[in-house]
Design a protein. Structure first.
Length: 173
């Protein structure tokens, strides 16, 4: 099973995924974070696209990681903002057509909440880029993934959001 946690910068994908992973104590769970994986292999992916979302070499490698983890009967929690055509087409849609269970959850929050979270995020984040692209990314997700489950994170703790996703997963098992 793949649980794909999506959303724009600063909405809390990684924090929620880490909390969700802890809620599966007796099961084999892996969290694959696209941003961390891309940064770890950045030199390897030089020249294939500037972002994890549009670098075809990275997308191919990341897809393989997801598929291998799923073959091992692990619950695979993926965090990646599907905000470019390449990641939608070469990664997500292909996985969607080949896996038996893929749950796609898009996290969202008010503009004020997301801006606050971006400002208080890790210092290495390009905060100006995140702010400039927030509206475009949110619109892209709305336009391209109408079938996804949407989860409002405003006023909710990380654990409350993770619990809500856990209930969604249980309903799909």
């Amino acid at each position: 099973m793949i649980v794909w946690i999506d959303g724009t910068f600063g909405v809390g994908k990684t924090s929620v995924a880490e909390a969700l992973k802890e809620k599966f104590p007796l099961q084999d769970v892996i969290h694959l974070d696209a941003d961390r994986s891309y940064q770890a292999g950045n030199r390897k992916y030089f020249g294939g696209g500037f972002f994890a979302q549009n670098n075809e070499r990275f997308l191919s490698d990341f897809k393989s990681q997801i598929e291998e983890s799923e073959k091992e009967n692990k619950i695979v929690i993926v965090t990646m903002a599907l905000t470019m055509d390449e990641c939608r087409d070469y990664l997500f849609r292909q996985l969607q057509s080949t896996t038996s269970k893929l749950i796609h959850v898009i996290l969202f929050a008010s503009k004020q909440t997301v801006l606050f979270r971006i400002e208080n995020d890790v210092p290495t984040r390009d905060k100006d880029y995140a702010k400039r692209n927030m509206k475009k990314n949110t619109e892209y997700l709305s336009k391209n993934f109408s079938e996804a489950i949407r989860l409002d994170t405003d006023g909710k703790s990380i654990n409350e959001v993770a619990d809500a996703i856990l209930e969604i997963v249980k309903a799909h098992q």
